[in-house]
Design a protein around this ligand. Sequence first.
Ligand SMILES: O=C(O)CCC(=O)C(=O)O
Length: 276
Amino acid sequence: MAAAKLRLACIQLAVGAVKKDNISRAVQKISEAAAAGAHLVTLPECFNSPYGTKYFSQYAESIPGETTAALKEAAKASGVWLVGGSIPEQDGDKLYNTCTVWNPQGDMVAKHRKIHLFDISVPGGITFKESETLSPGSSFTTFDMPNCKVGVGICYDMRFAELALVYNQMGCKLLVYPGAFNMTTGPVHWELLQRGRALDNQLYVATASPARDTSADYHAWGHSTVVNPWGEVISTTEADEDIIYADLDLDYVEKVRQMVPLPVQKRNDLYQVVKK
Ligand SMILES: O=C(O)CCC(=O)C(=O)O
């Protein structure tokens, strides 16, 4: 890997009803992204299961388990850092929406349980209540690549500016959010949130969504995207299965912070976001 360059791949995976097929398709796409030179690969939210509260308990597994064993192998076989999207995780009698992160040796270096559960009600649009079946996580999740600290959130977590601010304070230069927005909020909020998080924090933001399946109950918005610290979309796609790539220049983070010196202009005497 060149000094401060990082090739990122976001896999917009076609996810179906058969768990084994979802896993093997993800593994195949990871090796395709690695062959295209990716150092860091990310899968979408809920990539081994259809997205919906009625599916979570049926597809849930413990960690380690069938899906994470495949992720471990895939990261090692391809020699990539892997943000393993998310899966429904079973731990005792609780279920979580959980992302595991793997290094190129196949070690699990982080595990993020979605902190903010997706409970919304938009009349004529979408009603969803993850908290019917899932419990929230309560931890910040970062991991260290050789030149870059990365912060991890899952989908609805992206709506909370405070989480991204904390990751910024922790030294992250890239935030990765496996997600699965929908046809109501996606068109208006998805890209705007990513650009907002990127601009507020002057860092890279990446998302990976499942591809849209109009025969499924939940129609994902798709549009996996990468935004740079200037707030520009540098890679994106539509709704079909795809892999998007972006070459991140990690020095650019510092350049933007020098040109527009928000970090030294913050009025910590007037306000502060504090990590507890
Ligand atoms: O915030 C939204 O509109 C969508 C969030 C979502 O789909 C999720 O958290 O899984």
